[in-house]
Write a protein of this length. Structure first.
Length: 456
């Protein structure tokens, strides 16, 4: 039976005039055993919580009709009304309320029913660990606060856009698109973070899909980076568990870039301003935070966090030295920038495989581990998903175009209509037609090519 995990970003309404989180969260504890309710009450007394006890589902529903409850903790096995039936009623009558289920190891069938019918957000097995329970409450309620604040900000942005509509319709459209992109990325990321701790594979697939759906990131580069990380590990004799961890770090290395401005993500690194580069290189911190709830990915999060450290201790974010930087982070740095180079993310033009290797050699001993860079030429030939250019890509004007050159990116006009496809080999005839087009349109053409005219 498939578990349905609800998206808590839907249905949580909050007035834009009250962005601050409440000083006290209202929590309803429902269990037919009074000792359990008292234990929960004692535990929560130390936090910013007001606890409402109930010894049955009916009593709990009555309290919720009279009080604004933020979060419900309910036992599974109760007479008259089970925890599953109770939480189903809560989901229907109070869809904005966070729902947590307490269940025993033998209650899995009932738990699955509660997940699907009651749409619970988390379930906790008895006996619980006090620290884990408090952490789950803190994370769940902090997520509610952030979602409410996000809705408030969205309302504010929309109001400002309406004021600008008469002045600049085009600008309003771009802002709306950007706002929607942020909302969707944050909603998907928040939904992924709500996956249960032991559903590790599902969490990994979710994060990867988020990267794949972003038009400026894409899953192809992530897969190539992960594959190259794995090849390094196999060459170095890394143990099997660590190989998977480092490969996953390569797959999710760009997770923290979700939500960054499209203008930043579409710009090659060499063209970024110092401020943009600082913002770009902060993405491992965002990824580290996003992966924190997934305890099974803590090692992956740590590798991603330190991918921009420098061997001399001048890197980001923790200024680790060569001996302190995790092996996985060193492997990720080399793998990531090789893929960036051949895909045109480091420079405005793409490089060949050999050109990418030469770039990394220039940074060996400072940005990259020299021993890993030495292994790179033998490994990239084994990349099953890699299709690097045969030579370095160049940007030229039409005046410098000669027959025999290979077009490496499709040539589009100002209306995004394709003039020539990627892979076209220029002839005298096509050059003549392009010159006529350029003269008619009076728009200089910028061509990405490989010079094959001098090839033997």
């Amino acid at each position: 039976m498939r578990l349905f995990m609800p998206d808590t970003t839907a249905g949580i309404a909050q007035s834009p005039a009250t962005p601050e989180a409440p000083l006290t969260w209202n929590i309803l504890c429902v269990d037919d055993e009074e000792s359990v309710v008292k234990a929960l009450r004692r535990l929560l007394r130390q936090g910013p919580y007001k606890v409402f006890p109930a010894l049955s589902g009916a009593e709990g529903l009555k309290i919720m009709a009279e009080q604004n409850i933020d979060l419900v903790i309910s036992d599974m096995r109760m007479p008259e009304m089970s925890g599953a039936d109770f939480l189903t009623e809560v989901a229907t009558q109070h869809p904005n309320c966070i729902r947590i289920l307490l269940t025993g190891y033998s209650d899995m069938d009932s738990t699955i029913k509660a997940v699907n019918d009651g749409q619970i957000h988390r379930y906790i097995q008895k006996p619980w660990n006090n620290e884990d329970l408090l952490l789950i409450l803190e994370q769940s309620l902090e997520r509610v606060r952030l979602e409410r604040e996000n809705k408030r900000l969205l309302v504010q942005v929309e109001a400002q856009n309406k004021q600008l509509q008469g002045m600049n319709e085009q600008l309003e459209e771009k802002v709306n698109q950007r706002t929607e992109q942020i909302r969707m990325a944050l909603a998907k990321l928040e939904k992924a973070n709500l996956q249960v701790r032991d559903n590790l594979n599902s969490t990994i697939r979710t994060f990867y899909n988020l990267i794949s759906l972003n038009p400026h990131l894409g899953g192809s580069a992530a897969v190539k980076t992960g594959e190259l990380c794995k090849l390094f590990c196999l060459k170095l004799g890394v143990d099997k568990a660590k190989i998977r961890e480092i490969q996953l770090a390569g797959l999710l290395a760009e997770l923290g870039l979700l939500g960054q401005p499209a203008e930043l993500l579409s710009k090659p690194i060499e063209l970024m301003t110092p401020e943009e580069l600082t913002r770009f290189k902060s993405h491992p911190i965002s990824a580290h935070v996003a992966l924190a709830p997934a305890t099974g990915l803590s090692g992956v999060a740590e590798i991603i966090r330190h991918q921009y450290e420098q061997l001399d201790g001048s890197g980001f974010p923790d200024k680790l030295t060569k001996e302190q930087i995790p092996l996985g982070s060193k492997i990720l740095a080399v793998s990531r920038d090789y893929i960036y180079a051949v895909e045109g993310k480091l420079k405005k033009t793409r490089t060949s495989s050999q050109g990418a290797i030469e770039l990394l050699i220039m940074g060996a001993g400072r940005a990259y581990d020299g021993e890993l860079v030495d292994l790179l030429p033998a490994l990239v030939s084994r990349l099953t998903s890699e299709q690097a250019l045969s030579d370095n890509e160049h940007i030229i004007s039409l005046e410098k175009l000669v027959p025999g050159m290979l077009l490496t990116r499709s040539l589009l006009n100002q209306n995004e209509i394709m003039l020539l496809p990627e892979g076209h080999v220029f002839t005298e005839e096509t050059i003549k037609r392009l010159k006529a087009f350029e003269e008619t349109e009076r728009t200089p053409l910028e061509l990405y090519v490989i010079d094959r005219s001098k090839a033997p």
